[in-house]
Structures are given as structure tokens and as C-alpha cells.
Design a protein around this ligand. Structure first.
Ligand SMILES: N[C@@H](CCC(=O)N[C@@H](CS)C(=O)NCC(=O)O)C(=O)O
Length: 215
């Protein structure tokens, strides 16, 4: 039987780790996990024991590293086609791949200014124009997916998929920084927050003691 182990950063702060972890949950495979606290003097060396890239998440498959959240997602989707990690409908799947890739490569203003921090809530947080442009584009994506392919459930493509795993950390940022949303995207955020896997991650984050102070 294949042995799976996921190397993660702090659940409170590591947005890429959350994506990889949710994708593993979607695959429903038994998978061990190890958290390596981020932003410590030994962090990079500790992660490099498992992956030359020195980044989390990294999925060890019989000890062999699959690094980068998107590579992990594609590897698991290919390995477990019966689990439907991407939507079944070809047009929906095409769009799901686009929006997951856009999340993976874009929104640098949002990522820089609103770091994921599950331990905090900042009511009335001031949003810059650059960050607002990212927020507007993300809402446009969510409305488009929900409007075209969301009828079968509460997620971007109805039932949960890799696309939701990729946007889940954004949902937490919107909550932490009190981002104002339209009714469609606010309802989507409620669905992601209520996703049992998200609740499980959030509860585990609540038990962490490491604190990272962002600029
Ligand atoms: N594109 C990568 C990004 C991974 C990444 O930047 N991970 C951060 C934590 S969220 C990391 O490993 N930081 C450790 C370091 O920079 O030392 C992915 O999708 O997995």
C-alpha cells in the first residue's frame, strides 16, 4: 500500500499548505502529516530534508517528494480519478483549471497585504486600491463559476473540487480582514467556512502556539 505523508507549515498561517491539505482530504486517502513551523532560523533546512524546493506543502509518496500545491492537486486528481477532484463536465473542468491556475499565479497584492492569519480578526480593515482590484477579480471568478456551474451545490462547481481548495485561504483572508462582499460571494464564503475539512483545519490551527508577526 502506498505511504502518503504531507509536510505542512503552521495551520494558522500557511495558505499554500491549506490548499494541499484540502486536496488530500478531497482524495480521501490515509495520509500522515508533519507541521514545520515557518519563519524560524531552521525552517528552510528542515523543509529541505524532504524537498529540494524548500517549500510546503510537499506530499511524500513512499518517501518521494511531490512539491507545490498545484502539482500535488494534479498528481492526486490523476491517481484517484474516481474521487472527482476536478469537475466531471469538460467545460466546468476547463474553467476550474483556469481559476485554480489564476489563484496559483496571481493576486500578489492581496497575498502581500492580507496574509492568512486564522488567529486574527480586523474589523473595518482598510483596503488599498491594488488589493481591491484583486478582490474584485476574485469575486468575478466566484460569481462566474457559481452562475455557470454551481447549481449542484454550494461550491464553485457545485460539489467541492480543487478550485475550492485553492480559494479556501482567500475565504479566510476575507473573514480576517473584514472584506465587504456581494451576496453571491458572501454565501460562497459561508459554504467554504462550513466545509467540514475547513472546520477541522481551523480547529487544529486554534491549538497552535507559534506566533508570526507580519509587517
Ligand atoms: N507555489 C508554491 C508556494 C509554496 C510556498 O510559498 N510555501 C511557503 C509557505 S505558505 C513556504 O514554504 N515557505 C517556507 C520558506 O519560504 O522558507 C505552492 O503552490 O506550493
Amino acid at each position: 500500500m502506498t505511504d502518503y505523508k504531507l509536510i505542512l507549515g503552521n495551520k494558522t498561517y500557511s495558505s499554500w499548505s491549506l490548499r494541499g491539505w484540502l486536496v488530500v482530504r478531497l482524495a480521501g486517502i490515509p495520509c500522515g502529516e508533519m507541521v514545520i513551523p515557518l519563519r524560524k532560523p531552521g525552517t528552510r533546512a528542515d523543509i529541505q530534508k524532504y524537498t529540494p524546493a524548500g517549500k510546503v506543502p510537499t506530499l511524500l509518496v513512499d518517501g518521494e517528494a511531490v512539491w507545490d500545491s498545484l502539482a500535488i492537486a494534479e498528481y492526486l486528481a490523476e491517481s484517484f480519478p474516481e474521487k472527482g477532484l476536478w469537475p466531471a463536465d469538460p467545460a466546468a473542468r476547463r474553467l476550474a483549471r483556469c481559476v485554480a491556475a489564476e489563484m496559483h499565479s496571481s493576486f500578489t497584492a492581496l497575498r502581500g497585504a492580507l496574509p492568512m492569519d486564522l488567529s486574527k480578526h480586523y474589523p473595518g480593515h482598510k483596503i488599498s486600491a491594488g488589493v481591491q482590484a484583486d478582490i474584485d477579480r476574485i469575486q468575478q471568478i466566484w460569481r462566474d463559476c457559481r452562475g455557470r456551474f454551481g447549481a449542484g451545490g454550494d461550491f464553485l462547481f457545485g460539489r467541492t473540487s480543487i478550485a475550492d481548495a485553492f480559494y479556501a485561504p482567500v475565504v479566510t483572508r476575507f473573514r480576517t480582514y473584514d472584506v465587504q462582499l456581494d451576496t453571491v460571494t458572501a454565501a460562497y464564503c459561508d459554504a467554504v467556512t462550513a466545509w467540514p475539512a475547513m472546520q477541522e483545519w481551523t480547529a487544529a490551527a486554534g491549538g497552535e502556539t507559534e506566533v508570526i508577526i507580519f509587517d
